[in-house]
Design a protein around this ligand. Structure first.
Ligand SMILES: NC(=O)c1ccc[n+]([C@@H]2O[C@H](COP(=O)([O-])OP(=O)(O)OC[C@H]3O[C@@H](n4cnc5c(N)ncnc54)[C@H](O)[C@@H]3O)[C@@H](O)[C@H]2O)c1
Length: 261
């Protein structure tokens, strides 16, 4: 398996803006041939043009949408060497979040990854190579106050990426899990005052996150932590869960006092 990205066929879902657009630009700058997917056709087209790549607008979550997308990506690129499962949604809400919010979070943040892998694996296993870059979130290692559907489904995305790597690593399938905290994108802006309080102070630019991702790809590293402090939070969660939950609860209480939650 080569981590030399020159000439590789790369698909980025949700690549019309934010982290996906930065990934598309970074892969293109590394010499890859990039296909940019997004629900927003205009945004996909603009990023594809910048990258000298192909726009593949459409839904990257439903079974039909993915079958169509993988077919068009193969027609455009030949082999799909790298699949960036990046499209995501961040609905707010707790245990009482709307059924539609839970459903769309499962569809886009988790099932889209499994469906893409189902379509890609037969060819990757035949070739003995393929790369799956999953945009998870630090919420997949920790939690996300104010959004139960996001916290739960990002844990699902990380669990799927781990499972994929554990199952197929010896057959040439490489998997990476990109787990940033706040990143300055439309998604962060859409979280309003909670995102502003929790994530904005340490937020990174999408370009920095993409740079971390490509470095990890070149180093063949599974876990990508653009915010290095997340490693320590993750360690505390694993080794002292009561201390970790108490800390998160103090944060929740602070948000309640500020009437943000
Ligand atoms: N911004 C953050 O703070 C942050 C932090 C950690 C992880 N993430 C994750 O990074 C990924 C990208 O987020 P972002 O911040 O760039 O968001 P964004 O909202 O700026 O961009 C996401 C893009 O995905 C597209 N999209 C959504 N559903 C789609 C679908 N079904 N098919 C095709 N395209 C679809 C949207 O049209 C949009 O252009 C998400 O998975 C998100 O959960 C974001």
């Amino acid at each position: 398996m080569s981590a030399d990205l020159a000439g590789q066929g790369v698909v980025v879902t949700g690549g019309g803006r934010g982290i996906g657009a930065a990934l598309a630009r970074a892969f293109a700058a590394a010499g890859a041939r990039v296909a940019v997917n997004d629900l927003d056709a205009g945004a996909a087209g603009a990023v594809a043009e910048e990258c000298g790549g192909t726009a593949l607008p459409g839904d990257a979550a439903s079974a039909d949408g993915l079958a169509d997308l993988v077919g068009r990506a193969r027609a455009a690129l030949g082999e799909i060497d790298v699949w960036c499962a990046n499209a995501g949604v961040a609905p707010v809400g707790g245990a009482d979040a709307a059924a539609t919010a839970w459903a769309s979070a499962w569809e886009v943040n988790v099932l889209a990854h499994a469906r893409a892998a189902e379509l890609l694996l037969p060819r990757w296993l035949e070739r003995g190579e393929g790369r799956f870059l999953s945009t998870v979130s630090a919420a997949g290692l920790l939690t996300m106050l104010g959004s139960a559907p996001y916290a739960v489904t990002k844990h699902g995305a990380l669990a799927f990426a781990e499972w994929l790597s554990a199952t197929y690593r010896h057959r040439g399938v490489r998997v990476h899990a990109l787990c940033p905290q706040g990143v300055r994108t439309d998604m962060l802006a859409s979280t309003g005052p909670i995102g502003e309080a929790l994530l904005a102070p340490t937020a990174l630019d999408p370009e920095d996150v993409a740079e971390s991702a490509l470095a990890a790809v070149r180093e063949e590293r599974f876990l990508i932590l653009p915010h290095p402090e997340v490693a320590e939070y993750y360690r505390v969660r694993a080794t002292d869960p009561d201390r970790w939950i108490a800390g998160m609860n103090r944060l929740q209480q602070g948000l309640e006092r500020s009437e943000l939650l």
